[in-house]
Design a protein around this ligand. Structure first.
Ligand SMILES: [Ca+2]
Length: 269
């Protein structure tokens, strides 16, 4: 047995380890901090991608030049409650009902909270944001390629299969997604609750429009699509009503959009 072999070998081993540690230390000092992992865009599972395109609003074409996503359903009371910790709705006892009595500001705050949550989870890269749909985005998605007053045609008497309205709604909201969707898979675009859009209210400009975002400011924000409180004829794709952004009422809710920032044609602050 060679007694010298072990101490000699041990010395070599420790020397080698020390050299390695030094090299690692040098390399560590040399290395820049690793960049945070790049977020991949993973839209919420109930968001439907909408391709850029053009639709006809009354007499004039409206063109949207960028793709975006829009919610398949109105935002439910369950979704709102779980993120915001409160449920302002008038009609309750079922969390799959659309949230209502939300002001424009409540709806905007919800969108911002979704953005923050998804950003923190690494599912929302810089340059994208959850927000309310612009009116043009909402209307383009509602029409889903149809050129009629409703996505199902021109006759409000055919609304029953697609919409909860004053005629069939029993004077209340209904769980989202019970009626047939439009051609792009979106439910309750007509009826159930009216839906806040991002735009301030003004009369439609009498000209072709590209990526319109509404006036820089006005007194009211607008909402679209009709609801349980009014007959179907009032919920045509081009119809709109408006209300102060701080008011909430039991026939107005909203749905999410997901888009790039900044939007085109955003008016200066
Ligand atoms: Ca609706």
């Amino acid at each position: 047995m060679n007694r010298e072999r072990f101490p000699a070998s041990g010395t070599k081993k420790w020397g080698w380890l020390a050299a390695l540690a030094g090299a690692v230390l040098l390399a560590a000092c040399d290395r820049k901090p690793a960049p945070p992992p790049r977020a991949e865009l993973v839209p919420l599972t109930n968001m439907v991608p909408i391709r850029a395109g053009t639709f006809q609003r009354i007499k004039f074409p409206v063109t949207i030049t960028r793709d975006y996503w829009i919610g398949k359903y109105e935002v439910t009371q369950g979704e709102f409650l779980s993120l915001m910790g409160r449920n302002p709705s008038h009609f309750t006892n079922d969390l799959s009902l659309p949230v209502e009595k939300v002001s424009f500001l409540d709806a905007s705050n919800y969108c911002a909270a979704v953005t923050q949550r998804e950003r923190a989870a690494g599912r929302l890269p810089d340059g994208y944001v959850y927000r309310l749909p612009y009116e043009s985005e909402w209307e383009y998605a509602c029409r889903a390629g149809a050129t009629n007053q409703f996505h199902f045609g021109d006759n409000p008497d055919q609304a029953d299969a697609y919409a909860w309205t004053g005629e069939n709604g029993d004077a209340k909201t209904h769980p989202v997604g019970q009626k047939l969707p439009n051609a792009w898979g979106l439910h309750d675009m007509h009826g159930n609750v009216w839906e806040w859009c991002f735009d301030w209210f003004a009369a439609y400009p009498a000209q072709p429009l590209t990526d319109p975002v509404g006036p820089p400011t006005s007194k009211y924000k607008l909402f679209k699509g009709g609801g349980w409180n009014q007959d179907a004829q009032f919920g045509r794709a081009s119809s709109r009503f408006m209300m102060s952004p701080s008011n909430g009422i039991h026939f107005v809710g909203f749905r999410l959009a997901l888009g790039q920032t900044p939007p085109l044609n955003l008016p200066p602050n």
